[in-house]
Design a protein around this ligand. Structure first.
Ligand code: SF4
Length: 117
């Protein structure tokens, strides 16, 4: 029988010490990945209002600068379904503008409501 066969491995229950070591190692390994994910979002270059797609979709960093006849006053990037960040993030990704971040208090004409979870 092969030395690498799983059936040949001893089947002993994990000791409490082994469990704690395993959990600690998992937590230590996971923490940088979480920080990296957040850092990637923070490091996205900011979308320029002069970007051709941004202009076509009327994107602005300051939603308050948009005429009230065009934009409902409660619509911001940070409450749009396409905003990748949290409601209190100043900047985050947007699936309409891949590789760029948009302002949380920004807006564009693609704004879509978040679906209730
Ligand atoms: S799609 Fe939504 S999150 Fe993206 S720029 Fe437009 S309003 Fe902002």
């Amino acid at each position: 029988m092969s030395r690498n066969n799983v059936k040949d491995l001893p089947t002993r229950p994990m000791t409490r010490r082994q469990f704690v070591q395993s959990a600690t190692i998992s937590a230590v390994l996971a923490a940088p990945m979480l920080r990296t994910r957040r850092a990637v979002a923070d490091e996205l270059p900011r979308l320029s209002e002069d970007d051709p797609t941004a202009r076509a979709l009327n994107y602005v960093h300051d939603a308050g600068s948009v005429d009230a006849a065009v934009r409902a006053s409660d619509r911001y990037c940070n409450n749009c379904a396409l905003f990748a960040g949290k409601a209190d993030d100043d900047w985050a990704g947007c699936s309409i503008f891949p590789g760029k971040s948009v302002a949380g208090r920004g807006w564009c004409s693609v704004w879509a409501p978040k679906q209730p979870s």
